[in-house]
Design a protein around this ligand. Sequence first.
Ligand SMILES: [Zn+2]
Length: 184
Amino acid sequence: MKIRTLAVAALLSAAALTACGAEPAATTQATQQAAPQQTQQADPQGQEPAGKQGAFVAVVAEAKEAANQEMRKAFAEDKALEEVAQGFNELLKLPEGEYILAAEECGQANAFWSPDEKKITICYELLTDAATKAQENFTTDKEKEDYITGVLMDTLFHELGHAVISIYDLPTVGKEDDAVDQPR
Ligand SMILES: [Zn+2]
């Protein structure tokens, strides 16, 4: 099982380019390892002094179940989570502090944002479920990998939606789960 990190990195660096006014440097940064406090780019508006900015740090946690261990290995080898954390750090001006982007064994196929811990958790089970569905519904490796990557990206951006709403204390209407998917 492989996580298509190239697609992840390309998507995120494209988003970063849009967000910061097509700065060419952003494309090369997306391939670097996640480094806390790396985001010290000059702000074109000069609104904020180059001070301490928060950053997401990737954590690939241990797993007990065999299927989850496979998923853990894929994450550790592909550095997918590090790339995504780096992408988030380039997209957002986070308030000072440490933010965690974790892949963990949860005992359920789910994902969470915890405001207290400033932590996004992606459960290995969510992706092992996706891998099973991919196996049942698709024939080529590319289709299977694309499907799993799609589930991962959907989930990551959904949870980032919750994170952004709570970090910046943004107003929402209706259920927050709808607000993060359909902002208007
Ligand atoms: Zn949600």
